[in-house]
Structures are given as C-alpha cells and as structure tokens.
Write a protein that binds this ligand. Structure first.
Ligand code: AHR
Length: 520
C-alpha cells in the first residue's frame, strides 16, 4: 500500500479571507433544558441574582462565543414575543408546538439580552415567520432597538417599573437602554413540513423580502438572514435557495445553511468523511447565490450563515419516543446527545471546512450551546461540564482568529461507503497578524496510522513552535461526564520539527491537532 502523506504550503500572500469571528457563534433555543436548567436555574448554587448559572457563563466565556442565535429554531415559528416580556408574574404559560413542551416565559427577550451581556456575546434574534409576519417582526425590532418615545420602545422602557425584581435589573443592567440587536434571522427552516407555518419557496421568499424591507426601513444597518434549506436531503434543495433569493436578493444579506451528521451505521470512516458533504453543500449554495446574482445583474454578494451545524443522532430514538408519548411539561430532557471522541473529530473537521470557506461563510452557529446537542452540559444538582466536542470548538474560537490561509493541501486519500477521494488529513491554517501567530488545525482521519504533516512555512521567517495540542483517544466511543474528563486535550512535545522553513508534525491516528507557531 502507498505511504500515507499530507503536505500543505502556507503563505501570507495566499489568504482565503480575514475570518469573521462570528463563524464561532452558537445557538440557544427554548428547547429541552437549554434555557430552563441550562443557562437559567435560580436556586442552583452557582446562580447569580438573575438566576443565570455562573458555571455555564464561565464556560461560554472560556470558549469566547461571539454571537448566540435565539430563541429558535423550530420554537420561533410559534413564538409570541410579547408573552416573554413585562413583569414575570404576568407572563402567560403557552403550549410550545415544536417540541411539545410548556413554555413558562420566565426567560424572555429582556432576560436573554441581559444574559448575552454577561456572556460577552451578541444576540442574533430570530423572528416568527411561521404563525406571524411583518408586523410582529417590526414590533419586536422596535421593542429591542428603538431608544424610546414609541409604543414598543416605551414598553421596553416601562418594563420593570411594576415589578420590583425588574427594577433592580434595570438599575443594574441598564435594560432601559435599547438592546441594539443587529443580526436577525427571518424565520427558521421554512422549507420543512415540520415547521409551524411551513411555506413554499415562493411564499416564503415574498414574505422574507417584505419583512426585510420593512425592518430595514426601521434600521438600514441591520444584517438579515433568509432561510435556506434545512438540509441537503430536502427535495426542494437547492431550488429553494434560488427561488427565495429571486424574491429577496436585494433586501437580505445572508442565506442560512443547516446540517447535522450522525454515525447511525457505526461506520467511523464514513462518518468522518461527512465534512466533505458540508464542503459540497457550501459550494452549492455559493453557486446558487452567484447564479441569482448573475441573473439580477447585481453587484452584491450574498454571504452564508451556517447557523445550525453539529453532530446530532445519539438521542434521536429516545426523543422520538418521548415526543409521541410525553405529557406537556416544562423543560423536558430532549436532544441530550452524549458526545464521544469521534464526534469531536468530526466537529473539528467541520470547523476546518468552515474556515476554508471563510470568504463566504461569515457566520456560523454550533447548534446548540447548553444541554441540547451541546458542548456544555449541566447537572441539575451539580456542575456544568465539557463534552468532547467542547474542545475543538474552544481551540478554533481561541486560535482561529485572523486571516485564513489557503493550505494547498495534498494528501493521500481513501474511499468510504458514501464518499470518494477523502483526504486522509484535512487541514487549514489561520495567521493572526496582530499577535504574529500561525495556527495549523489538522485532523488525521486515518484510524490506523500516524501521518506526518509537512508544512512549508517559509513565509513565516522567525516563527518558532509554540505548542502542539492534541485531542486523541484509543477508544473512538470514549465520552466525558460530570465527574470525568476522559477525552481531554494534551500538549505534546515530541512530534514536531521545524527546520529551514519546513515544519514536520506527526499527527497521531484519529486525532485533532492544533499546532501553534509564533514570533514571541
Ligand atoms: O437545533 C435543533 C433543531 O434543528 C432546530 O430547532 C431546528 O431549526 C433544526 O431542525
């Protein structure tokens, strides 16, 4: 068998793009224990004066999550935002249709905006284009962003006056001030028959366009995301994107992409090749955007918001069962995927793929953030803890800021059940020009052999090796838990050699690698 190899050439003169930090975003939906028992749990030992779990906030801050999409997801298509504001005691409980739950509205727009401030993140708000339309979207925008002197902005300002709890919050957090939400999603997965208020592409495209125009009349500086396909398996993909953009090209800035992968047939090689599908998905959506651009003789580019991506399959069976037989309840255990080591590798590969397309993918949200298909889990009476997928996400967000470089990757390849010509190694690099650091992200997806990655880094004269972080484990199914971090990154010191502008790094079989070079 031919020797396995991987080579990259990294040159400051061959950038992909400056990375928009918003590709390291995440997502909190009113679903399962994401909000109640996740970010919010009054009475928990770590809860602050607003009921937010400080242990969760600490982990979110450690990752450095720049944007958080909220409040859904499928939830948003039946969301009545007015129910989620005002004195907490007056807020109604509602039947939440998407996840067959009872929504108590204890956390709403004000509270989540306050949580975002504490987490050091920007709110990416979604509006309901399922059961509602232009007026609810504009009213929510006025509520959130208009300073005062109008119906909904004054409502925001007055909130808290009747309620002693909120008076404190207002003084403390300045909730009287507008929230200044710049990023808005125009509905969610409107192509999906499961979506409350599901529409055809033409119906949705028209509604998205009219809603976008009205919202931009209120604030032209908003950035608006139209719904693309829910996944590449949809029968309407990618005509959906073309039709929606034919209607809304001039009024929106982004089109969304969503994808979730799983290892349902326990075929790890095939599972780890699925980032190639993500790559293909991105290329197709870019082509579709540019096709509509050409048809419209437009000068504007539509950017991509990959605002739901992750591994999601572990909890599917249990969830399907609960969804059908469960009585209505608040914050049931749903979508609580327990991630293993190989999931972390695929998440790393997906991050590499996003970075390779950072010229067009300007936003992305790991779905989701806490308890629901999430890197962070919480114990009701215990701590918050890190799933395996936490680590590649942390590393990319921490070290993947700056300019993504075209790696010109050449690697030996293999075929899997669904994919051909899958590179044994996938890799990308980010040059942080401010800190003068170069970070190479690389996954060896070969399950049997270590592979030496040769990187030509002559363009980085004077740089030396800072560290080589590795996530690897003999057991692909190893998991973490509240009490035990079985899958934990380590720093290795015997795998790299940098000489005359050539870096040789040994990538352990089935491993996620973060190789950092710097001047200082
Ligand atoms: O993230 C979980 C769900 O997945 C979201 O609510 C929906 O948008 C997608 O189908």
């Amino acid at each position: 068998m031919d020797k396995k190899f991987a080579r990259i050439t990294l040159d400051k003169d061959f950038p992909i793009s400056r990375v928009d930090k918003r590709i390291y975003g995440s997502f909190v939906e009113h679903l399962g224990r994401a909000v109640y028992g996740g970010v919010y749990q009054p009475g928990h030992p770590s809860a602050d004066e607003e009921g937010f779990r400080q242990d969760v906030l600490d982990l979110v801050k450690e990752i450095g999550v720049p944007i958080v999409r909220y409040p859904g997801g499928n939830f948003v298509s039946n969301f009545y935002w007015e129910d989620s504001v005002g004195p907490v005691a007056d807020r109604p409980r509602r039947l939440e249709l998407a996840w067959r739950s009872t929504e108590p509205n204890l956390v709403g727009v004000n509270e989540f905006s306050s949580w975002c401030k504490k987490a050091g993140t920007d709110l990416m708000m979604a509006v309901n284009l399922g059961t509602r339309g232009i007026d609810a979207a504009c009213n929510l925008l006025e509520y959130c962003n208009h300073p005062s002197g109008t119906k909904y902005s004054d409502l925001r300002v007055s909130h808290g006056i009747k309620d002693p709890h909120n008076i404190n919050l207002r003084r403390k957090n300045g909730a009287k001030e507008p929230f200044g939400v710049k990023l808005w999603c125009l509905g969610n997965e409107m192509d999906g028959p499961w979506q409350t208020g599901h529409k055809t592409a033409r119906e949705y495209g028209r509604l998205a366009d009219e809603t976008a125009k009205a919202m931009k009349q209120i604030d032209p500086s908003l950035e608006l995301v139209a719904c693309g396909s829910s996944n590449t398996g949809m029968a309407t993909y990618p005509q959906w994107e073309a039709t929606v953009l034919e209607e809304a090209y001039d009024s929106v800035d982004f089109i969304s992409l969503h994808t979730y992968y799983g290892n349902r047939f326990n075929d790890t090689r095939n599972f780890l090749a699925q980032s190639d599908d993500m790559d293909h998905f991105i290329r197709t959506v870019i082509s579709t955007c540019d096709f509509v651009k050409a048809k419209k003789r437009s000068k504007k580019d539509i950017m991509l918001s990959f605002d739901e991506w992750n591994v999601w399959f572990h909890a599917n069976e249990a969830d399907d069962d609960t969804m059908q037989n469960r009585p209505w309840s608040v914050a049931p255990h749903l979508l609580e995927d327990h991630y293993d080591f190989e999931d972390a590798l695929l998440v790393g590969l997906m991050l590499i793929t996003l970075l390779k397309h950072s010229d067009r993918v300007r936003m992305a949200c790991l779905a989701q953030l806490v308890n629901v298909i999430a890197p962070i889990m919480t114990e009701e009476n215990g701590p918050a803890w890190k799933q395996t997928i936490y680590y590649p996400y942390l590393h990319a967000s921490k070290y993947g800021r700056g300019i993504a470089l075209n790696p010109s990757l050449r690697s030996s390849k293999h075929d899997t059940m669904d994919f051909t010509d899958v590179t044994d190694v996938d890799s990308v690099a980010v040059w942080n020009d401010e800190k003068e650091e170069l970070t190479i992200f690389a996954v060896n997806r070969d399950l049997d052999e270590d592979i030496v990655l040769e990187a030509d880094v002559k363009s980085f004269a004077g740089y030396r090796l800072l560290e080589h972080i590795v996530l690897e484990h003999d057991d692909m199914k190893a998991v973490n838990s509240a009490g035990r971090q079985t899958v934990l990154p380590k720093t290795v010191t015997d795998r790299d050699e940098l000489k005359d502008g050539l870096l040789q790094s040994r990538l352990g079989k089935a491993s996620w690698n973060v190789i950092r070079l710097g001047k200082n």
